[in-house]
Design a protein around this ligand. Structure first.
Ligand SMILES: [Zn+2]
Length: 289
C-alpha cells in the first residue's frame, strides 16, 4: 500500500500525517509554526522521512494563494511572514528526492471531503471552510478548480458582499470573509456590545436578543453567499466545514429555512465530516492517485 506525507500549514500550527491510499492516518504530529518557515518545514519533513523512508510523495496544504503547477506561494498574509514568493515544490523536491505538490489549505479540505468525507462519491462540490477566515474549495468533475491567472481561483472569501462594507485583509471592502468567518463573528459580537466568545454565540442567541440579531445576520449573509455560488456553479452539493460549523446543530435549521427560498434550484447542503484532519488528508490527496 502506498504511503504519502500530508502537511497542513496554518498560522499557529503545522500538522504532518502519514496517510495510505485508503485515507488511514498512520502517524500524526502537530508542531507550532515557526519562521523562517521554509527551512523549518524542510527540517520537519526530513525528520519524518527519516522515520518513514517508504513515503513516496509529499502533499502540502497551506494558507495563502498558491500557484499549484509551480508549487509556489504567490501571496500569504502576515499570518505566515516571509512565505510569499517561496518556491516550496522546487526546493522540497530537490531536498527530499520525492514528488511534492502544493495547494491552498481550503482546497485541500475540499478534496478530503469529496474523496473520504461528507461529499464522498459526488463529482461537483463547493466547500466553504468557516474558520478564522473563510476558505473556499471547488471540486469539479472530481478535480480541484484551482490556480487561475494569479493563483486566486476559488478564493470565495473575497467575493464582495457589501461594496461599502468592512475593510478586508485583501485591501478592499465588504468581502464575504468579513461577514461569515470566526473573525467576522468576533467583530459582530463586539459591535453588538456582547462580551462572549464566538463559540458561545449560538447558545447565547437562545436567551439574548442582541446575540440573536448577530446570528440572524450571519445566517442571512451565509445563505446569500450559498445562493450566489449556486448561480455560478449549480453544484450537486455544498459542504460547510471549519470551526464555526462545529456548532452547526444550533443554527443549521434556521440556515436551511433562510436558504431554501433564495435558491434557484434544490441543493444538498451538508456539514463537513472532517474537522482537524481535513488539512492533512487533503494535502495527501494531492499526491495519492
Ligand atoms: Zn477580501
Amino acid at each position: 500500500m502506498e504511503k504519502v506525507l500530508g502537511v497542513d500549514i496554518g498560522g499557529t500550527k503545522i500538522r504532518l500525517g502519514i496517510i495510505d491510499n485508503a485515507g488511514n492516518i498512520l502517524f500524526e504530529k502537530t508542531v507550532p509554526t515557526q519562521v523562517p518557515l521554509y527551512s523549518y518545514l524542510e527540517n520537519l519533513v526530513q525528520r519524518v522521512l527519516g522515520d518513514f523512508p517508504e513515503v513516496t510523495a509529499i502533499g502540502i496544504g497551506t494558507h495563502g494563494f498558491v500557484e499549484p503547477e509551480a508549487g509556489r506561494i504567490i501571496y500569504a498574509t502576515d499570518i505566515l511572514p516571509g512565505w510569499t514568493g517561496t518556491e516550496v515544490k522546487e526546493q522540497l523536491q530537490k531536498a527530499t528526492g520525492r514528488r511534492v505538490e502544493v495547494e491552498n489549505d481550503a482546497n485541500c479540505a475540499a478534496l478530503a471531503e469529496v474523496k473520504f468525507g461528507a461529499a464522498k462519491g459526488i463529482d461537483r462540490v463547493v466547500c466553504l471552510t468557516l474558520g478564522t477566515g473563510l476558505g473556499g474549495g471547488i471540486v469539479w468533475d472530481g478535480k480541484l478548480l484551482s490556480g487561475g491567472t494569479h493563483g486566486g481561483a476559488a478564493e470565495i472569501g473575497h467575493m464582495v458582499l457589501y461594496p461599502k462594507g468592512v475593510h478586508c485583509v485583501c485591501g478592499r471592502k465588504g468581502c464575504l470573509e468579513q461577514y461569515i468567518s470566526g473573525t467576522a463573528l468576533r467583530r459582530r459580537i463586539e459591535e453588538a456590545g456582547l462580551t462572549i466568545e464566538p463559540e458561545e454565540l449560538f447558545k447565547e442567541a437562545l436567551f439574548s436578543d442582541s446575540a440573536k440579531r448577530v446570528v440572524d445576520s450571519f445566517i442571512e449573509d451565509l445563505a446569500v453567499a450559498v445562493s450566489s455560488l449556486q448561480a455560478i456553479f449549480d453544484m450537486e452539493m455544498l459542504v460547510i466545514g471549519g470551526g464555526v460549523s462545529e456548532s452547526a446543530e444550533l443554527w443549521w435549521k434556521q440556515f436551511e429555512q433562510h436558504l431554501e427560498p433564495i435558491l434557484l434550484n434544490p441543493l444538498a447542503v451538508k456539514t463537513a465530516k472532517f474537522e482537524n484532519d481535513a488539512g492533512i488528508l487533503g494535502a495527501a490527496l494531492l499526491v495519492l492517485d
